[in-house]
Ligand binder design. Structure first.
Ligand code: HEM
Length: 482
């Protein structure tokens, strides 16, 4: 009876045949998002695969994904109770925890803290932008130093330090030098985070892999250690803030979070140690994502020197050499924003969101998905849908400009990289400001060129983010530095 019932349950959704024990794990390949899109051609935009001991529903394409995340936002707002998620942010993560009353409160606190330090009023807006500009100037200096005498270098690590400094300055009121060895080492370690929490990672669906030596086990051990190390760093900073806390003066995001969580002692409030978890979440989320975006931007810039020249001319015309670009220039620098949107669409560098799970039974495109099913959201499939985009495999920023040369908002809204619905990224606005300003200032100050024996294949490594493989560029100054 049970066997037949299970068989019927499994039949409900289309999908490929699943092997015993591993299911479809061995079929995911190096780039699971592309495999998922191929399977959608055969089984439709909503189908089921099996990974180890977990049934996973994969959602592809604009219609199915928006129907799930927006029309059925509550039903798709959960996270699976994966083992690896418990190691993030000292087990007090908001990002890697399922849908609950507590999560809602936690997310609100994180959201309003970000707003308070980035866009709450014109003064905080200005302060936030100034701080990014200062960081961008520092980055320009580093790049010009590394590129002196025509030397070639990989920009990834300096980009990570720059992005880390922006979020550390917001959270702790403190930035770190590009040659601070301890800070660089910490960031280098945290770099591997996305290997384990990206969709298709295997330790959570095949827990038995932990019981004998194999590559998955060593990646997982490394994941546990790096989370511990990173959390210890954040804990130390938050503890310092607690010791010197003054309710009259909010120095930074850590103070604000401590203030909300610990000073407002309402009955249903969050426990005290959630402050560390919240700060760790914000720093962690702002590291890899923003730096990966900038890494792709530099790669595509040197791959398309004609576009770089157009961008240089535009920045020279709109901004000139005597002041730094600012957010106010944005309207007149539409082609820059078009380049950023095209980079996000083309690379889809967060190809699949953090895994979701269903909070109750739900029907999508006529197919019933039971409660507590793991769900993968394939953002890449939206950004590369040939019915939506002309020649999706071609990099062409001008696709986002209308006949007046302005940004086509309907089209930019079709790019999905920050997800949608209840789990949508809460750092999207600050990320966009950061990326725009860094890009504009780098363009104003530097000319970038690829290494002659570099083929710029655009090959990348898969994880929560897609990262370009090591490539080398050089940077030359365009003006006397400001
Ligand atoms: C979640 C993208 C930058 C904070 C997410 C998710 C994506 C994403 C795809 C998962 C959504 C889902 O599971 O459906 C990005 C991209 C960024 C970026 C592409 C940069 C270009 C940031 C920054 C911050 C941030 C700078 C904060 C300072 C968060 C948080 C979550 C999240 C807290 C978890 C939300 C939740 O689970 O409720 N982001 N992100 N992100 N992001 Fe971002």
């Amino acid at each position: 009876g049970l066997w037949v019932r299970n068989l019927r349950l499994k039949r409900r959704l289309p999908g490929p045949f699943a092997w015993p024990v591993v299911g479809n794990a061995m079929q995911l390949g190096q780039m699971p998002h592309i495999t998922f899109a191929k399977l959608a051609e055969k089984y439709g935009n909503v189908y089921q695969i099996r990974l180890g001991c977990s049934d996973v529903v994969v959602l592809n394409g604009d219609r199915a994904i928006r129907q799930a995340l927006i029309q059925h936002s509550r039903e798709f707002a959960g996270r699976p109770n994966f083992l690896s998620f418990q190691y993030v942010s000292g087990g007090k993560s908001m990002t890697f925890t399922s849908y609950s009353q507590e999560w809602k409160m936690h997310r609100k606190i994180a959201q309003s803290t970000i707003r308070a330090f980035s866009s709450a009023n014109s003064q905080t807006k200005k302060a936030f932008e100034c701080q990014i500009a200062a960081e961008a100037k520092e980055l320009v200096e580093q790049f010009l130093k590394l590129g002196a005498q025509g030397h070639y270098f990989n920009p990834a690590h300096e980009l990570t330090v720059a992005a880390a400094n922006v979020i550390c300055a917001l959270c702790f009121g403190k930035r770190y030098g590009h040659d601070d060895a301890e800070f660089r080492a910490l960031l280098q370690r945290v770099n591997d985070f996305g290997q384990t929490v990206g969709a298709g990672s295997l330790v959570d669906v095949m827990p038995w892999l932990q019981s004998f030596p194999n590559p998955v086990r060593s990646v997982f051990r490394n994941f546990k250690d790096l989370n511990k190390e990173f959390f210890k760093f954040v804990q130390g900073k938050v503890e310092e803030h607690r010791k010197t806390f003054d309710p009259q003066v909010t120095r930074d995001m850590s103070d604000a979070i401590i203030g909300v969580i610990e000073e407002t002692k309402s009955e249903k409030g969050l426990a005290k140690d959630y402050a560390e978890g919240t700060v760790a979440d914000l720093i962690g989320a702002g590291l890899d994502t923003v730096s990966t975006a900038l890494d792709w931007i530099l790669l595509l810039l040197v791959k398309h020197p004609d576009i770089q020249m157009t961008l240089h001319r535009l920045v020279d015309k709109v901004v000139g050499p005597n002041r730094l670009p600012s957010v106010e220039d944005r309207g007149r620098l539409a082609y820059l924003d078009a380049f950023i949107y095209e980079t996000m669409r083309f690379s889809s560098f967060v190809p699949v969101t953090i895994p979701h799970s269903t909070t109750s039974d739900v029907t999508i495109e006529g197919l019933r998905i039971p409660k507590d099913t793991v769900v993968f959201i394939n953002q890449w499939s939206i950004n590369h849908d040939p019915l939506k985009w002309k020649h999706p495999q071609i990099f062409d920023p001008s696709r986002f400009l209308d006949e007046n040369g302005s940004l086509d908002k309907d089209l930019t809204n079709n790019v999905m990289i920050f997800s949608a619905g209840k789990r949508r990224c809460i750092g999207d606005q600050i990320a966009k400001v950061e990326i725009f300003l860094f890009f504009a200032i780098l363009l104003q100050q530097c000319h970038f060129e690829k290494c002659p024996d570099e083929d710029l294949s655009l090959n990348c490594s898969y994880g929560l983010t897609l990262r370009p493989l090591d490539f080398k560029i050089t940077a030359k100054p365009r003006h006397e530095t400001l």
